[in-house]
Design a binder for this molecule. Structure first.
Ligand SMILES: Nc1ncnc2c1ncn2[C@@H]1O[C@H](COP(=O)(O)OP(=O)(O)OP(=O)(O)O)[C@@H](O)[C@H]1O
Ligand SMILES: [Mg+2]
Length: 379
């Protein structure tokens, strides 16, 4: 199969790595001359708006997909008329716009934080009265890794928050006091077949995902599955879909969805029978889905800004480094490490995760959270 991908970052790279084993070939349309996926296929280095380039991709590929939701919607709609493309432009149009997304959640009875659309400063003031404080202002489109967001703690913060997001159409939502931040990753094939991965528990710092832990046999697994299943069926979705969730008490609230493979699912490469990347490819190509089960717990530590010494990672049993081949820059995801529980017990596993966090340059705070969690589990 010949697969065309819009984007050439690490998600495209990992799709191509897993697709090689299925005999697939890849072509990436990506404006970045240093696209890290490029060594894994052909690279058309051109702007997304370049019609000749997208035509070239559509002519070569048997199936087209994308690695992030900030690709131009027009491009996806126009490619969809020329070639098999998944997830559809319909799914993308909802997932890329926080207002349409949260409204769809509401229509499908998927709980969310209180939210209001906002197009001006006055409207923001009124909306804050309704959603309450603290609140978060988020641009409707183009946000990622916490970009395009401003926290409003008190009334006096409102004007600065509006200026900070650049005065573009937004939503403002109440801050959810969650006990855990989770995500569920599901995959739906062209025949309608659906599979779910075990939940991931996610830790962010400065709006960027730092750590994911797989949650095997979690009591909220089926609640999460029911929520994402509604989305999959509603959109007649094909491919991998991720749904980010907040846990409050025993109830889940949806934060946002991503119509693509997701950072919190990177542990599935080593930790699940079939990775999210392979299952995305299987789904969009109309192949039967692979097993999503996991036999041992896994952790994934993101490498943000800089790479640690690879040899130091290799010294930790059952840890696998993934370096994306991207230049180091503050706040940039340049790699990740997966750790699989080798059965030595929760204490050893937690200790190794803490070690990896240290190598990744994380502060003690995150390791402490894990320690407390582990003590709570064993006490
Ligand atoms: N309403 C909220 N209440 C509490 N925390 C929130 C809320 N919205 C966002 N956050 C925190 O900020 C993080 C980033 O927000 P969100 O997922 O909406 O933005 P994003 O830029 O798309 O992030 P990413 O690209 O990492 O998914 C969330 O994972 C969560 O930790
Ligand atoms: Mg998010």
């Amino acid at each position: 199969m010949r697969i065309g991908i819009l984007g050439g970052g690490q998600l495209a790279q990992m799709m191509a790595q897993s697709g090689a084993g299925l005999g697939m070939e890849f072509m990436f349309l990506c404006p970045d001359a240093l696209a890290c996926a490029a060594p894994y296929g052909q690279h058309i280095c051109a702007p997304f708006q370049d019609e000749k380039a997208s035509w070239q991709l559509a002519r070569w590929a048997e199936v087209v997909t994308y690695e992030f939701e900030n690709v131009p919607l027009d491009l996806v709609s126009s490619l969809e008329k020329q070639v098999e493309l998944h997830p559809s432009s319909g799914a993308l149009s909802v997932a890329r716009d926080r207002l349409l997304e949260k409204s769809r959640f509401r229509e499908l009875d998927i709980p969310t934080a209180e939210f209001m659309p906002v197009e001006g400063l006055e409207e923001l003031r009124q909306a804050v009265e309704i959603v309450g404080l603290p609140a978060i202002l988020k641009t409707r489109t183009q946000g990622y890794d916490g970009k395009g967001q401003a926290v409003i703690r008190k009334i006096e913060d409102i004007a600065a928050a509006w200026a900070q997001v650049g005065g573009v159409p937004c939503i403002v939502e109440s801050v959810v006091r969650f006990s855990r931040e989770l995500s569920i990753i599901a995959v739906r094939g062209r025949s309608g077949e659906v599979a779910f991965y075990p939940l991931s528990e996610n830790y962010h710092r400065e709006g960027i995902l730092r750590l994911s832990l797989s949650c095997l046999n979690d009591p909220l697994q089926f609640q999460a599955q029911r929520l994402i299943q509604r989305l999959l069926e509603d959109m007649q979705y094909v491919g991998v879909l991720a749904l980010e969730l907040f846990q409050v008490g025993e109830k889940l609230y949806a934060n946002e969805m991503a119509p693509r493979v997701h950072n919190s699912g990177h542990w599935t490469i080593e930790g699940a029978a079939t990775s999210q990347f392979e299952n995305h490819l299987r789904a969009i190509c109309g192949m039967p889905l692979g097993e999503t089960g996991a036999s041992a717990a896994a952790a994934m530590v993101n490498l943000v800004g800089r790479l640690p010494d690879e040899a130091a990672i290799r010294e930790i049993p059952n840890a696998t480094p993934h370096f994306y081949g991207k230049g180091e820059r503050p706040g940039r995801k340049v790699g990740h490490i997966t750790l699989i529980d080798g059965g030595e017990g929760a204490r050893v596993f937690a200790h190794r995760v803490a070690h990896l966090l240290k190598l990744a340059g994380e502060d003690e705070g995150l390791a402490q959270v894990l320690n407390d969690k582990q003590s709570a589990q064993t006490s």
